[in-house]
Design a protein around this ligand. Structure first.
Ligand SMILES: *Cc1c(COP(=O)(O)O)cnc(C)c1O
Length: 218
């Protein structure tokens, strides 16, 4: 738990994926310390070129063979959705004497295209992860559907919150539900109202992303 964090506090993660270093440095100068990336390679390269007090949040789907590269760079891994991935993190963490903070990704909306464990499977997965060394479950994460009206996602943020309260109530050793990571540019206000501890905002901070294939801008 972060020192001095009060219930209801919301921290902003600046999602800098695809953005050049100079933009991250500007954000850093403006006071941002929490950055989110969704690719291991990009996170590692940026971490090597940014001040060491940046907290790097791994928010994208993580493959087991990439765990080793990211494990000592990431402040928190938001996207753990299988026991096999958790076991890999645990093994690598144990080798280095680390305790890695993770969130369990839940697919609250049940979208087929999304990663994340089904809500009814979350508790079982968390119980299994809790037994592993070198890893600590700190809460839940979700990626809500892309919608025009952010109010449509309120129900999903509420259900992630309710799930976290249920799990907290089970008092599982080595598990806390201090952090809900939910809400993006389009819906972070609604997510914050429903109890987000972290909102992950990319476009709203850095502008639209232009991916290389269609990159005709700047
Ligand atoms: C890209 C991304 C975000 C930020 O999305 P914006 O709509 O640009 O704010 C948040 N969370 C995850 C997991 C992402 O991949």
């Amino acid at each position: 738990m972060q020192a001095g964090r009060r219930p209801g506090d919301v921290a902003l993660i600046a999602v800098s994926k695809t953005k050049p270093l100079w933009m991250l440095k500007e954000a850093y100068e403006a006071g941002v310390r929490d950055f989110g990336e969704n690719k291991v390679q990009e996170l590692v390269e940026k971490a090597e070129n940014m001040p060491s007090d940046v907290r790097w949040h791994m928010i994208g789907h993580l493959q087991r063979n990439k765990v080793r590269a990211v494990i000592d760079k990431a402040y928190m891994i938001h996207s753990v959705d299988s026991l096999r991935l958790a076991e890999e993190i645990s093994q690598e963490a144990a080798k280095r004497g680390l305790v890695v903070k993770i969130l369990v990704e839940v697919n609250v909306a049940g979208e087929e295209s999304k990663f994340g464990v089904a809500p009814k499977e979350a508790e079982g997965l968390i119980r299994s992860i809790a037994a592993l060394p070198g890893i600590r479950v700190c809460g839940l994460m979700t990626i809500a559907p892309f919608v025009e009206n952010p109010e449509e996602n309120r129900v999903f943020f509420k259900s992630l919150k309710n799930l976290s309260v249920d799990i907290e109530g089970k008092n599982i050793d080595n598990v806390t539900m201090d952090f809900l990571s939910m809400g993006m540019t389009g819906d972070y206000e609604v997510a914050a109202q429903e109890g987000a501890a972290y909102v992950r905002v990319g476009t709203g901070i850095f502008g639209e992303r232009s991916y290389p294939i269609s990159d005709t801008s700047v």
